[in-house]
Design a protein around this ligand. Structure first.
Ligand code: DGJ
Length: 718
């Protein structure tokens, strides 16, 4: 019997079967098992049956599918030496397990002269499984790598549906669910960034899995560039998940002895539905990915972002007044968006020249920053360092610094080109310019934007330079944060175009979408919250009508939605009607009182047959619930809202803190239940009742919201 290599943490177990000279195979991944006599006694091959018309060998699902060993599934590695050594048959040479949570398996193929280490880590507190592989060229000639997945991941066989995202600018994180087709599924991203269209994440689901129940796996690749996700169904029917970078032809050539490490694939398994899988990933992100200044998150300050208030039209008196108006409603951080540097009267010029426009800021940024500070707010600044406008001093001085193909016309996107950030002199220039700004001024925060996809991304050596951009971007972020340890950075790419766990190692916020329409935001934030904790998701109260859609919602509704994230305001607060300004101030105060729960609790979401969407953030002794409608209800009876995660949580004091739109049962009719909920003490409810019978909610008109708070009654039993 071959040895079994086991990892177990946080209720999750992973078991691999290992033998020197064989490819390690998956035996199990799922709920922790107390006893495993079947696995202990029977090797995988004894449990398989040879199918007619196949090779005379049997194996389980390999850890790294190699086509050279007869594996029918998609190869996890494709590499060659000018067409030679392309048939790889990796076999195990050993493994290292230093603790119960981590495992490194050494594989090698002496004929093809390659070696691969596959690393697995099971996070002790979240149970998230993280995998990456490291390829080494052990030969004497260059090795061209066409594809390398983190690993091949055998999926629990009940998982036969796919939850994935699609979208575009202003319409990010749109969730789709479909059966995994007979032929499997694959999606490539070649845009140079993680993308509005296809963030590097999928869910694989049992047919009966829903938000709250059933088996589900959430998968996220910690990488901000091109990527490939595949649910590969081999001819024999086995379903395997693979993810890794999408490499352009010739992009990676390993010299003898050189290595290529994949990004890490993080996987959250759960039998508590999509919310359960998300919860594991969010816990993992909080404990393992984020790197807060000073080691821990401080309360997420309310932002005022100037973009939709003034766009490129920066005038000192307007900005000074805007800062005053923002501070008056409770804003804590004033972020000066695009438009502050030379020639930036629109998006046709200026990118690359990272110093203040002497026309708009004759005394530099100092006076505005001092004013913002005098109002008790932090100051943040927008930058887009990886880009250059041809109409800029930088481009005129260094036209060759932009990625381009010699002999071809430049391809512009939003009138800009991408700098070859991996070139040391370019990286140094960007560091120097940003370092100078951050040294000269107390700037707490950079909003780091990236507003075009890549085309003709070829470096000086004529090779495609896409992955090198991402590693250079990470290096630049690392360097800046080392030089300015208190600095916070937001990852933005025309909204949520670069939101991923790779970027979030170096950044502390993601700009979820340029769409501030609160109805759109319910869908966008529901999608994003499957992936990221709320404290990372920038969510702003925008103007009415919303600039992205032309639709208008009430200030209450806009605020209720924006509360569930890292709240901000992106509107000209000076111009708001007094009543709206008062409403905004009230909600900002409410957000401040709730953010301790919103940004540490466990997030659950659900939807009803009649189109209600609800978000519940649950901590040990407090919880916050938001209920939202976009469309008119189909029925006049609204059944009680079941909140399954409250089962067994004891007794709670429930209050209705705020509402938007219609929140009464029927016009002006008596509503004793609603009135009781609005009292300071609220109403006593048991978690079990809310989980099974449900929370009575009124029939809600479109664009209505209800915001409840729960405080646990001390000593109440689960
Ligand atoms: C795109 C971002 O998503 C917006 O929020 C804004 O910063 C603009 N770029 C500025 O050009």
């Amino acid at each position: 019997m071959n040895p079994l290599l086991r990892m177990q943490a946080a209720g999750v177990a992973v078991v691999l079967e290992f033998a020197v000279g064989e490819m390690p195979v998956w035996r199990y991944w799922g709920a922790a098992l107390a006893h495993t006599p079947l696995m202990d006694a029977w090797p995988a091959t004894d449990l398989l049956r040879m199918a007619p018309g196949t090779l005379d060998r049997l194996a389980g699902v390999p850890l790294l599918a190699c086509w050279g060993n007869g594996e029918p599934g998609a190869p996890a590695l494709r590499a060659h030496r000018a067409g030679l050594d392309a048939v790889q048959d990796l076999r195990a040479t050993g493994f290292v397990q230093t603790n119960p949570h981590s495992l490194v398996l050494h594989l090698s193929d002496e004929v093809a002269a390659i070696a691969v280490d596959v690393s697995l880590q099971l996070c002790a507190d979240s149970g998230v499984l993280s995998l990456h592989s490291l390829l080494r060229n052990t030969g004497t000639a260059d090795l061209t790598v066409d594809h390398q997945a983190c690993a091949s991941v055998a999926l629990p066989p009940v998982l036969q549906e796919l939850g994935s995202y699609h979208g575009q600018w202003s319409h990010e994180f749109q969730w789709t669910r479909q059966p995994v087709p007979m032929a499997g599924w694959q999606r490539d991203n070649r845009t140079g960034r993680s993308g509005h269209e296809a963030p590097p994440a999928v869910f694989v689901l049992a047919r009966d899995a829903g938000d709250h129940q059933g088996e589900a796996v959430a998968a996220q690749l910690a990488w901000s560039g091109n990527h490939r996700f595949a649910l590969d169904r081999a001819e024999d029917g086995r379903l395997c998940l693979q993810a890794g970078e999408w490499l352009a032809p010739g992009e990676v050539v390993l010299a003898p002895g050189a290595t290529l490490q994949t990004p890490t694939l993080h996987l959250g398994w759960s039998d508590a539905g999509m919310n359960g899988a998300s919860a594991r990933m969010q816990q993992f992100t909080r404990s393992q990915v984020l790197q807060w200044a000073g080691g821990s998150m401080r309360p997420r300050p309310v932002h005022l972002n100037t973009w939709e208030a003034v766009y490129f039209n920066h005038q000192a008196d307007v900005l000074f007044d805007l800062a005053r108006a923002a501070a008056a409603v409770g804003v804590e951080r004033f972020v000066l968006d695009d438009g502050w540097f030379p020639a930036r009267k629109d998006d046709r010029a200026g990118l690359g020249d990272w110093w203040p426009d002497p026309a708009k800021y004759p005394e530099g940024l100092g006076p505005l920053i001092a004013h913002v500070h005098s109002l008790g707010m932090e100051f943040g600044l927008w930058v887009e360092p990886e880009m250059v406008n041809p109409d800029s001093e930088l481009f005129r001085a260094h036209p060759d610094w932009a990625l381009q193909v010699a002999g071809r016309a430049l391809v512009l996107g939003r009138n800009q080109l991408v700098l070859d950030v991996a070139r040391p002199e370019v990286g140094q220039y960007l560091f120097d310019k940003l370092h100078a700004l951050l040294t000269a001024h107390p700037i707490a925060y950079l909003k780091w934007d990236m507003n075009r996809t890549f085309a003709q991304a070829v470096g000086l050596d004529g090779r495609v330079a896409m992955r090198s951009q991402i590693t250079a971007w990470y290096a630049l972020l690392r360097r800046l944060r080392t030089a300015h340890p208190q600095l916070e950075i937001e990852t933005c790419a025309s909204g949520g175009g670069r939101a991923d766990l790779g970027a979030l190692r170096y950044t502390q916020r993601l700009w979820t979408s340029d769409n501030n329409d609160a109805v759109s935001r319910v869908t966008i934030q529901s999608g994003a919250a499957r992936l990221f904790p709320l404290e990372l998701m920038g969510s702003h109260v925008g103007p009415a009508p919303a600039h992205a859609t032309g639709r208008s919602q009430s200030m209450d509704f806009r605020c209720a939605v924006a509360c569930f994230g890292h709240m901000g305001v992106e509107a000209d607060v000076r111009q708001l009607p007094d009543t709206d300004r008062a409403t905004l101030a009230r909600w900002i105060a409410l957000y401040k009182s709730l953010r301790g729960v919103l940004h540490t609790g466990q997030f659950h979401q659900g939807r009803t047959e009649d189109g209600l969407v609800w978000w519940l953030v649950q901590a040990a002794d407090r919880a916050v619930l938001g209920v939202f409608t976009a469309q008119p209800p189909n029925y006049t009876y609204q059944p009680p809202l079941r909140l399954p995660s409250l089962a067994g949580t004891g007794v709670w004091q429930l209050r209705l803190l705020a509402s938007a739109g219609q929140a009464r049962a029927r016009g002006d009719a008596l509503d004793p239940w609603g009135d009781a909920l609005r009292q300071a003490d609220g109403v006593r409810v048991a978690g079990g009742e809310l989980a099974r019978m449900g929370l009575p909610v009124p029939v809600m008109q479109p664009e209505s919201a209800l915001l409840y708070s729960f405080s646990r009654v001390p000593g109440s039993e689960g």
